[in-house]
Design a protein around this ligand. Structure first.
Ligand code: ARG
Length: 467
């Protein structure tokens, strides 16, 4: 249908039909912004109702508009709506269809608003819903961790710094570390919702309108706390999307760090956990393998979240007030990030709930690598009143001796320890076991099983209070 006359050597490939086709392709957002249809219709229904309440349009026109919009929603939902690129975006697609369905009354819907406040509204509503969904998903993930922490408040594993064995910790404590992280992610979601909870509708193109609209009414109808206060800012602002992408990226980093731990823990060398078959795959050639694919993909998908944030920051930087078409490029990154984060959280929740924790393997590793050396030094400080530096030095000699004999600290005979420092007594052996070592760390926030149980209880109470 493009016609030969538009063909030109410059417009090769997909755009062989010439500048019109190129413009349509670069200008249209309908291929992706159609997901906003529900929000767009919801916004238009509220706007039309307000216009009628303010006597800006007639009751009859309002009724026709509302019925038409509801019919369009059904058409889109059952797949019979014909989207058109020529009509550019979801707003114009719906308005054109409304005109076809109800005639001239459709032309009254856009009174006192512009696509600039319309798109700001649709996008905000969409992001708000997505934030609420993510909040619920994170809550489920936290509950999964609380259950694992409860089962393993007294399971010991090595704690690492520099990925070198440092001191024994409880697996429950390790789980609760992630509860803290995902808890902070949820509070970022709450903050983001609180700041975006203002309705842009009625800011119009950039300056407001001379018509007697009621922005408080539409704000309330649409579930916002209040209307925005500055029309210029309203159509220029994408902070809510940037905040959403920031919190998604941070949450992604948490998920990715956990994914990395799962990858390490599930190696035969560590063997701390066994992933369920549902979240791992076999190798087509090496029968012994069980690959942690879901964890690796979570680790990798973090890249998309980070990329989405950089994309929108870059789109927005340097834009003068108010609206510029650049801002149409705000959506794909957000849609992709939302879908990606949803999937990452779902996969992680499944993995965490299903994984088998290998208590014996963890315990064996917890005792290796002289993980209780700090406790020997602390014992010397506490019982012999040595300065910590001196205690550290004596402990170093004991570690060297144990290393030379290829035994654990607790396996060194008392006589050998006394040869290093005569003040050491039989009592020291109580602090050299993994269990005593972890149980002794009762300082607030420490790894002791009792602390872990207290934290689980307080988190459960917090979650219980939410409903
Ligand atoms: N599709 C546009 C967007 O997503 C809608 C707003 C268009 N406004 C305008 N003045 N051209 O940003």
């Amino acid at each position: 249908m493009s016609g030969e006359k538009n063909s030109n050597q410059m417009w090769g490939g997909r755009f062989a039909s010439g500048p019109d086709a190129v413009m349509e392709a670069i200008n249209a957002s309908i291929d992706y912004d159609r997901v906003l249809y529900r929000e767009d219709i919801e916004g238009s229904l509220a706007h039309a109702e307000m216009l009628a309440a303010q006597n800006i349009i007639s009751k009859d026109d309002h009724e026709a508009i509302a019925e038409g919009l509801k019919a369009i929603e059904k058409e889109i939902e059952n797949g019979t709506f014909a989207f058109s690129r020529r009509l550019e975006d979801i707003h114009m697609n719906i308005e054109a269809r409304l005109a076809a369905l109800i005639g001239p009354a459709a032309g009254r819907l856009h009174t006192g608003r512009s696509r600039n406040d319309q798109v700001a509204l649709d996008f905000r509503l969409w992001v708000k819903r997505e934030l609420m969904r993510i909040d619920g998903a994170l809550k489920t993930l936290i509950e999964a961790f609380l259950a694992r922490a409860d089962d393993h408040a007294e399971t010991y594993l090595p704690g690492f710094t520099h990925l070198q064995t440092a001191q024994p910790v409880t697996f429950g404590h390790h789980c609760m570390a992630y509860v803290e992280m995902f808890g902070r992610d949820r509070s970022r979601v709450t903050d983001c919702i609180a700041r975006l909870d203002e309705s842009p509708l009625g800011a119009a193109a950039l300056a407001g309108t001379s018509l007697p609209i009621d922005r408080h009414m539409t704000a309330e109808k649409l579930g916002f706390r209040e209307p925005t206060r500055n029309s210029l800012d309203t159509v220029s602002d994408r902070d809510f999307a940037l905040e959403f992408l920031s919190l998604a990226a941070i949450c992604g980093v948490h998920l990715s760090r956990l994914a990395e731990e799962i990858v390490i823990w599930s190696t035969p060398q560590f063997g701390f956990i066994r992933l369920s078959d549902a979240f791992s795959t076999g190798s087509s050639i090496m029968p012994q393998k069980k690959n942690p694919d879901a964890a690796e993909l979570i680790r990798a998908k973090t890249g998309r979240l980070n990329g989405a944030l950089i994309t929108l920051l870059t789109v927005m930087k340097g834009l003068p007030l108010a609206y510029s078409k650049d801002m149409q490029e705000d959506k794909e990154a957000v849609f992709d990030a939302a879908e990606t984060l949803d999937l990452m959280i779902a996969a992680m929740t499944g993995m965490v709930s299903d994984m088998e924790v290998r208590v014996d393997r963890m315990a064996a590793a917890a005792g290796a690598g002289f993980a209780t050396a700090t406790d020997l030094a602390d014992w010397l400080v506490r019982e012999v009143n040595l300065p910590f530096r001196q205690a550290h030095h004596i402990t170093g000699r004991a570690v060297a001796l144990a290393e030379e004999r290829n035994v654990d600290l607790a396996d060194l005979p008392l006589a050998d320890l006394q040869a290093i420092d005569p003040a050491i007594t039989e009592d020291v052996y109580h602090v050299l076991t993994v269990e005593s070592c972890a149980k002794a760390r009762t300082s607030y926030g420490g790894t002791a099983p009792d602390n872990v149980r207290q934290q689980i209880a307080s988190w459960r109470e917090r979650l219980g209070d939410e409903t």
